[in-house]
Write a new protein. Structure first.
Ligand code: ADE
Length: 249
């Protein structure tokens, strides 16, 4: 998979060279390009932002450097007439990033991440890009970060670990919280040695060797934890919008 990231702080993406994603790059599973947006500026000050039309606080990223960067990184395939990859624009106003979207992105050949700073990127960049490639504005959660870099790190880690050959034991992917086919339950509690620690004992059932009973216990625990922490995930829950956010609530 080819992954390109465009940012005015390319150093922010350095952690991708570590750990599992770093190994995936070394092994050739991922081909990572990190690009400084200012490469596509043409003035002495390498300007990427300007004041918002219509007024308001803060600065907005100008469209021209983004347009030129994306033209170069995601060129139009002359035969197909579009670019086969997928552009992800990081913004708190985007569609929510979920495990389902991670699974979907893991099937792509080329992902391009646009990391905005300041108040965001001129809206025409997404419109222009969507004329030639699949483009999504994506948020990693209902909070505001200083820029899209950390959001790109989150999404890249969640996607790359799904690629074949990245995780030693692919079975560990199937059991996790939010895994597809896991009934959308959070993961059950995990224990390892020692059997007793600071007067806290590992639940007896886990020593029983009785696989069916252990599976049933884990299922109960997963349901309990999900009920306590994320009742919105349970079957039949009214997921969208959350009750407290409904108009007139
Ligand atoms: N940029 C700033 N906040 C963000 C968020 N929550 N998700 C994605 N990009 C962002």
């Amino acid at each position: 998979m080819k992954i390109d990231v465009v940012s005015i702080f390319p150093e922010y993406l350095q952690p991708l060279r570590l750990s599992l994603v770093g190994k995936a790059i070394e092994n050739g599973i991922v081909d990572l390009g990190v690009h400084d947006l200012r490469r596509w500026t043409h003035d002495r000050h390498r300007t990427v932002d300007d004041t918002p039309y219509g007024g308001g606080a803060g600065m907005v990223m100008r469209p021209e450097p983004w347009g030129e960067a994306l033209d170069e990184i995601a060129p139009i395939d002359q035969k197909a007439g579009d670019h086969p990859g997928r552009l992800l624009i990081m913004t708190p106003a985007g569609r929510p990033f979920t495990q389902r979207l991670a699974d979907e992105l893991a099937g792509e050949d080329h992902l391009i991440f646009a990391c905005g700073r300041y108040e965001g990127i001129d809206a025409r960049v997404a419109v222009d890009a969507s004329r030639r490639m699949r483009t999504d504005e994506v948020s990693i959660g209902d909070y505001v970060l200083n820029g899209g870099e950390v959001a790109a790190l989150v999404i890249i880690e969640a996607v790359v670990r799904l690629l074949p050959g990245v995780i030693g034991n692919p079975e560990s992917l199937a059991e996790e919280s939010h895994a597809a086919g896991h009934d959308q339950l959070l993961e059950y509690p995990l224990y390892t040695k020692p059997p007793s620690w600071r007067e806290l004992d590992v639940p007896e059932i886990l020593f029983s060797g009785h696989h069916a009973r252990i599976a049933a216990w884990r299922r109960e625990q997963a349901e309990r934890i999900t009920r306590e922490r994320r009742p919105d995930l349970l079957p039949g829950a009214d997921r969208d919008p959350r009750p407290e956010e409904r108009p007139g609530a």
